[in-house]
Design a protein around this ligand. Structure first.
Ligand code: ADP
Length: 661
């Protein structure tokens, strides 16, 4: 609706600019002709006075009327009272000239004004007196000009009718000239009206009508069906009768056919021709109308669709519309609810009202840059509600553009993500805390194991010394105790070494391309003694080249292969198979053995540090190998797990990511 109204008003603005030249033309032509003819009377120049030789002259008083009208039109509606006084004075002069002349015609020669300024030597009939039609037109023109200044609509409407009457009278006079109807035949009313008088009356009245009456100038200058119709029909109505009548009258004058025949010919040709022409135009207009209706229906349908769309958006989102400067013009209920401001408090303000201070200036500068360039901007914003509480919104700002592609408005669609953001904040905080604790723990383990090594080495050295030099002084219990102490200290030393190794994983490692086949062949060489002793068979299927940390990966394969050999079934030679296949984002490795297997309840536990399922006497080891494996796999962004059944072999699975962070 808003658009339609603005369309009409822009149309009237166009019409205004179209009317302006006509108005200026009317001002110039009426004052110039008025002035020239008054001069013509003093110079007694007949060409100026009558234009067509032998036809009536424009009387001095008439010229005065036009000259005065030109001045009045040029004054435009004066605002100053002194100018208004002059305006009324001059308009009254025109009224007086018209009225007094008419009174003369009615036989009341109160005061003869016909030859007041110059004497008319050209006219035989009523010398110096304007025609009754001119006098009448002058009278109503003067009155019309008076109503121009009035603010009363009714008076202005009456003025409009007066101008229309002048147009009507002047058209009759012009037509009579065009058809060369002899003066005597023009009837008393039009007797002695000069051609330029008629034309001037016509131009002046049309220009005032166009200026004053919106509908009238819309009718002439608009782009609507009515305006189109009039533009198409007017030439037919004006030109056809004029031309046809001219031909007929000439033919009748030349006695080519009778007057009756002329009348019949005119009627019989004019009626069907008009019907045909108007029907043709009407069909065209109908077509436009049908198209308009189709467009209208389409628009209504789209409108209905858009309304539902808007309803949906209103329910699902926090919505705000702002002008191009960011001033809020519309908000929905959800917006008020989350911001805790009322609609009244929000309209006319900018979103600065909700600024939480969380984002820096650059954040908003970037946002404005994006949306001003017509792009959609999407990001998360932390806002502050009226009560001081904070809320997070995922925001999309959509610029609206006009037909010139200029951004005129913005629509901000938001979704409340406070809960998610809070959870995220908590998660990040806990993660940081965990990271810190882990580091602390690692440091503690490192310091503890490192510092324990020194006193332990002393104990080991002295026990060794004691065993070598003093053992023969000990009785049986003493010797056994010494053996226990030696065994325990050696074991403790191994544990501490493992712990230090565990801590050192991922430190000082560099990423490189690793050919896994080559790496495992090297590991096999390292384990050669164990392989030979146990008669183990190791099968390697084509393994990939991966990005990884070489030393940790070597340790990983060493542990898994070592375990596969170590945890073999009694009297069964170990058989180990290593395979790999690509998966999304990396590789999956499988190390399968035919060993003793692991019961499902222990399959998680074995990856913990120092967790063992067997005693040292059964199977040698420290219980840190798989913990190492897990840490190495973790370093490569992967996961490790086992699939096994007791007495039925085990398959260790682990993944390695292609892109390691
Ligand atoms: P260690 O080998 O020093 O005992 P690990 O951390 O390598 O320590 O292994 C932890 C435990 O997991 C082992 O003690 C063993 O009980 C079990 N285990 C590891 N690998 C295998 C395997 N291939 N078959 C059966 N059990 C295994």
């Amino acid at each position: 609706m808003r658009k339609i109204i603005s369309g009409i008003s822009s149309n009237s603005r166009n019409a205004d600019s179209a009317v302006r030249p006509i108005e200026i033309f009317a001002i110039i032509i009426s004052s110039v002709i008025g002035f020239t003819v008054t001069l013509g009377w003093y110079l007694e120049e007949e060409v100026i006075l009558s234009v067509i030789p032998g036809s009536p002259t424009m009387k001095f008083n008439t010229a005065l009327v036009f000259f005065t009208t030109g001045i009045l039109l040029a004054m435009q509606n004066p605002k100053k009272s002194i100018l208004q006084f002059f305006y009324y004075l001059l308009a009254l002069l025109i009224v007086a000239i018209g009225a007094l002349t008419l009174l003369e015609y009615l036989g009341w020669p109160i005061y003869s004004i016909d030859n007041l300024f110059v004497y008319d030597n050209f006219s035989s009939n009523y010398p110096g007196r304007m025609s009754p039609a001119t006098a009448f037109c002058s009278l109503i023109l003067g009155l019309g000009l008076i109503t121009n200044l009035s603010k009363n609509d009714f008076l202005r409407k009456i003025g409009g009718f007066m101008y229309m009457l002048i147009v009507f009278i002047s058209i009759i006079a012009i037509t009579a000239y065009l058809l060369s109807i002899p003066i005597g035949n023009k009837g008393i009313l039009f007797q002695s009206m000069a051609i330029h008088t008629a034309i001037l009356f016509f131009i002046i009245s049309i220009s005032i009508l166009l200026k004053n009456t919106g509908n009238f100038h819309l009718l002439i200058c608009g782009n609507y069906a009515g305006s189109k119709l009039i533009k198409k029909v007017l030439p037919l109505i004006i030109l056809f009768p004029l031309l046809f009548n001219y031909v007929l009258i000439t033919a009748i004058d030349e006695n080519l056919f009778s007057y009756d025949f002329g009348m019949i010919a005119f009627t019989t040709i004019f009626i069907p021709l008009s019907i045909f022409y108007i029907s043709y135009i009407a069909l065209g207009l109908n077509k436009t109308d049908i198209e308009k209706h189709l467009v209208e229906n389409d628009l209504l349908e789209k409108n209905r669709y858009l309304k539902q769309f808007k309803n949906g958006i209103d329910k699902a989102f926090i919505v705000a519309i702002t002008d191009q400067y960011g001033v809020i013009t519309e908000v929905n209920e959800t917006f008020c609810k989350i911001s805790k401001y009322s609609e009244k408090e929000l309209i006319g303000k900018t979103h600065g009202l909700l600024n939480s201070g969380h984002h820096d200036k650059q954040f908003f500068i970037k946002m404005w840059k994006t949306i001003r360039s017509g792009e959609i901007w999407i990001d998360e914003i932390k806002n502050r509600a009226k009560d001081g509480s904070f809320y997070w919104v995922l925001t999309a700002i959509v610029p609206f553009k006009n037909e010139k592609n200029q951004v005129t408005e913005f629509m901000a669609l938001r979704q409340d993500i406070t809960e998610r953001k809070n959870a995220e904040e908590i998660r990040i905080k806990s993660l940081k805390k965990l990271e810190y604790k882990n580091k602390e723990l690692e440091q503690f383990a490192f310091v503890a194991s490192h510092d324990l090594q020194e006193p332990l080495r002393t104990v080991i050295n002295f026990t060794d010394l004691l065993a070598r030099k003093q053992k023969h002084h000990f009785d049986e219990i003493g010797v056994k105790s010494l053996d226990f102490i030696q065994e325990a200290t050696n074991r403790m030393s191994l544990l501490i070494k493992s712990l230090l190794d565990y801590n050192r994983i991922d430190k000082n490692s560099t990423l490189s391309q690793i050919n896994c086949n080559k790496l495992i062949n090297e590991v096999k060489k390292d384990l050669d003694k164990k392989i030979t002793e146990s008669n183990a068979k190791i099968f390697i299927n084509m393994l990939p080249v991966i990005m990884g940390y070489e030393t940790p990966l070597r340790l990983l394969f060493q542990n898994l292969l070592g375990n596969g050999i170590k945890f073999k079934k009694r009297n069964v030679n170990p058989v180990i198979e290593i395979t790999a296949r690509p998966i999304e984002g990396g590789f999956l490795f499988m190390v399968k053995d035919n060993g003793i297997g692991i019961s499902s309840i222990h399959q998680e536990k074995i990856f913990e540090i120092f967790k063992r399922l067997h005693s040292k006497d059964e199977y040698d080891g420290s219980g840190i190998g798989l913990a190492h494996c897990r840490k190495i796999v973790d370093l490569h962004g992967g996961e490790i797990w086992v699939d096994s059944k007791l007495d039925n072999g085990s398959t260790f699975f682990f993944t390695i990511k292609t892109a390691i962070k």
